[in-house]
Write a protein that binds this ligand. Structure first.
Ligand SMILES: Cc1cc2nc3c(=O)[nH]c(=O)nc-3n(C[C@H](O)[C@H](O)[C@H](O)COP(=O)(O)OP(=O)(O)OC[C@H]3O[C@@H](n4cnc5c(N)ncnc54)[C@H](O)[C@@H]3O)c2cc1C
Length: 437
């Protein structure tokens, strides 16, 4: 066997896709009974939902071409912009100054403009954490209004302790130039920041990975194959041990395991200092509340974001606004995302307790009334986001340096590379890795 791949999530399946194209002999070892990892589509009565607000980003033409060929007519081009819930109104996402201008008072606007002008002339380039970066980039007032609260809720850390790499492009339209343009040039609404156009399969995002599984072929996939030990000798990975004691000899290995688990499973064990760093890596989990509604529609939006710290969720999405096949014509379903740690009360509370808390907040902060709710269920999503604290580069350098001695080991995937990656990134990286095998 040329290659073993640990994990049958998006990363493992992307590796399988290119391995098949290259006619390698390979086996994907998936610990659970299903493919798709954190990108599954699940049935709930007459409804379907994804394990998170997923869509396919058209960011790389080669990867988009692969997904289009794989999915054929199943792939839809969807136009459904997202919004932010703020001061009981919905404003455009990503934020645009022209749009929020209507809600801000004059003093706040003057403060925002002044802070941004001062920032231009400030010589302090030392933005060592996310709070400093966002103050420097957008000014304190804007950063505190829309960015810091949402970010702290999503990642579960104070903004001072978060790495500035998590900034992304959420506030792209809020630099000083766009703010002044909005204030002084009439009708300036820069539509290119509206993030509402994307690809989505008719039967849910998870169907991409079911189709990839079909392409890769049953003979190359072992479900319920949970790797528990990874044996190495002379800088080579030699064998994998499964929880049923099965033993596989390894020529080349791609691991999509969360980085901390990969290091934990190594035999002989990694040195103490490496284990210490690795055991302290943290991943943010999600708990989802799936609520079916006796309403034709909840909103027109792909997603609605909730930055306020007193609301327990960060985002609500409505599967039907991605594909009409996700719900019956006269009803809809929403998925409420609650970021939390596996040790948090909200992650471990009973389904009923969790769902009651979410319903209470939905009745308080949305237009839903109790009689609209048909049914509800809950779903846990572990390893949703690697938590990038502001010292993470140093820690990762040490771990990757240590692992680089194993010449037949490659890491691929969001949790394995400890990076905020999406499907198209995983395909690009999988292609590079397979070329070198
Ligand atoms: C809320 C949310 C929204 C997102 N939205 C998007 C989006 O819109 N577009 C997009 O492209 N991406 C999106 N993503 C990112 C996407 O979900 C991830 O990039 C993707 O799931 C990472 O795939 P992976 O294969 O690296 O890891 P995973 O999906 O975590 O898969 C890892 C696999 O390894 C298996 N495994 C674990 N341990 C073992 C073991 N010991 N032995 C064998 N197998 C094991 C697991 O069962 C799992 O199947 C989103 C993620 C979240 C959480």
């Amino acid at each position: 066997m040329d290659l073993h791949i640990i994990g049958g999530g998006p990363a493992g399946l992307a590796a399988g896709y290119f391995a098949k194209q290259k006619n390698l002999t390979f086996q994907i070892l998936e610990g659970s009974s299903d493919l798709g990892g954190n990108c599954k589509t699940i049935s709930f009565g007459e409804f379907m939902y994804d394990t998170g607000a997923h869509r396919f980003h058209d960011k790389n033409k080669d990867v988009t071409a692969i997904i289009k060929t794989l999915m054929g007519d199943e792939l839809l081009k969807v136009n459904s912009p997202s919004k932010i819930f703020w001061e009981k109104r919905l404003v455009n996402f990503p934020l645009e100054f022209s749009n929020i201008l209507k809600t801000l008072d004059k003093t706040t606007i003057i403060n925002i403009v002044l802070e941004n002008i001062i920032n231009i002339f400030s010589f302090n380039k030392n933005n060592k954490n996310f709070k400093e970066l966002s103050y420097k980039k957008y000014g304190k007032t804007l950063a505190e209004l829309f960015l810091i609260n949402y970010t702290e809720k999503l990642w579960g850390l104070d903004a001072e302790n978060l790495n500035n790499k998590i900034a992304g492009d959420r506030l792209k339209g809020l630099d000083l130039y766009s703010i002044l343009k909005t204030l002084f040039i009439k009708n300036n609404i820069d539509q290119k920041h509206l993030d509402g156009s994307f690809y989505y399969p008719k039967n849910g995002f998870g169907s991409i990975f079911n189709s990839l599984g079909d392409y890769v072929g049953k003979e190359s996939i072992s479900l319920n194959s949970n790797v528990v030990e990874i044996h190495h000798k002379n800088n080579l990975i030699k064998n994998l041990i499964l929880d049923n004691n099965e033993d596989s000899q390894i020529k080349n290995l791609i691991s999509t395991l969360p980085l901390n688990l990969l290091i934990k499973y190594l035999r002989p064990a990694a040195p103490k200092d490496i284990l210490n760093i690795s055991n302290n890596l943290k991943y943010r989990g999600l708990r989802l509340a799936i609520i079916s509604l006796d309403l034709k529609s909840f909103s027109n939006n792909a997603s609605i974001y909730y930055p306020q710290s007193n609301i327990p969720f960060t985002r609500i999405y409505e599967p039907k606004n991605r594909s009409i096949k996700m719900a019956p014509n006269d009803k809809t379903c929403i998925v409420v995302e609650v970021p939390c740690q596996p040790q948090d009360l909200i992650y471990n509370s009973s389904d009923d307790e969790f769902l009651d808390k979410i319903k209470y907040n939905l009745l308080k902060y949305t237009h839903i009334v109790e009689s609209d709710i048909i049914n509800s269920t809950s779903q846990k999503v572990p390893f949703a986001y690697p938590i990038l604290d502001y010292e993470i580069e140093d820690k990762l350098n040490k771990l990757f340096n240590y692992l680089s001695v194993f010449t037949n080991l490659n890491l691929l995937g969001r949790s394995a590379e400890f990076k905020y990656l999406h499907t198209h990134n995983l395909f690009i990286h999988a292609n590079q890795l397979i070329k070198n095998i």
